[in-house]
Write a protein that binds this ligand. Sequence first.
Ligand SMILES: Cc1cc2nc3c(=O)[nH]c(=O)nc-3n(C[C@H](O)[C@H](O)[C@H](O)COP(=O)(O)OP(=O)(O)OC[C@H]3O[C@@H](n4cnc5c(N)ncnc54)[C@H](O)[C@@H]3O)c2cc1C
Length: 301
Amino acid sequence: MLYDIIIVGAGPAGLTAAIYAKRANKEVLVVERGLYGGQVATIGEVENYPGFLNIQGGELADTFYSQAKKLGVKFVHDSMVDLKNSNLIKQVVCKKSTYEAKAVILALGSMSRELNVEGEKRFIGSGVSYCATCDGAFFKDKDVAVVGSGDSAVATALYLKNICKSVCIISKYPELKLKAYQPNVLQRLKDVKIYYSSNVQSIVGETKVETVILDSQKESIKVDGVFVTIGRKPDTEFLKGSVELDKFGYIQTDALCHTSMPGVFACGDVSTIKLKQIVTATSTGAIAATEALNYIAEQAE
Ligand SMILES: Cc1cc2nc3c(=O)[nH]c(=O)nc-3n(C[C@H](O)[C@H](O)[C@H](O)COP(=O)(O)OP(=O)(O)OC[C@H]3O[C@@H](n4cnc5c(N)ncnc54)[C@H](O)[C@@H]3O)c2cc1C
């Protein structure tokens, strides 16, 4: 089957693109390898998405997904591994199958950065986590550490505070690096111990996490869980040679979400837009879909 538009990634960017493309009466397929809703499905409170004073990420993700589904967008669970272009037909090569379309929108988002310290990989699933909303409940009444200094680390600590016995933050900087939170955040974090200017040296334990060792103060902290929130990175290695990437691996786009390959567009966190938020993901998703529609119309002339 030849689709009009294939969208890879069902986060806010991809789902918005799908809604716009489907409302223009096109055959639309969304390919997603993980959770419908993307990162939003895994986050706690969202307070800066217009239209909602305060909404849980899971609820917002469900709303995006239901809207696309109700319009008749098709979804497939698969993982893209290559992009090919032959005679104006784009091939989205995935693990299970290859899907073809006249235009492709890449809305791949980003993935968690790793600490790359001893013990981290070994304890994934037995104490080390990258997603508090996914795994927080496993640490009910337990002691946990959140590694990171930014808004996501604070959001994670605030979320875990309601579940765990104790929460501490380990920040490599002498202060937290907050962009989105209000000044009263320190008040909300008053029972969270913050280790400033500290790097995790290793995570140790027998069969599960027991202790985090810090370098700076030669200190060790007894914890049952470590939540790593030190930023995100794009997972675009497989696109090298197909579309232009910047030095960090983000897909190079212009203001209209065009990539270096005609008929291929990128939006949301995976693109080179600077502000990586839900509102910019949805807005660039809408732009990418509109440009993809224009591209298809031009090819048909
Ligand atoms: C802890 C945390 C808290 C946050 N809080 C806020 C907030 O309060 N407000 C706000 O505006 N933003 C917040 N953000 C940021 C926001 O979630 C992102 O900016 C937004 O989700 C980006 O949307 P996206 O659609 O570009 O990417 P994503 O949401 O990352 O979705 C991309 C999707 O693509 C899929 N995918 C990737 N590669 C492939 C592949 N090869 N094949 C198939 N599928 C693939 C992924 O599985 C994923 O579902 C937060 C992020 C985090 C981590």
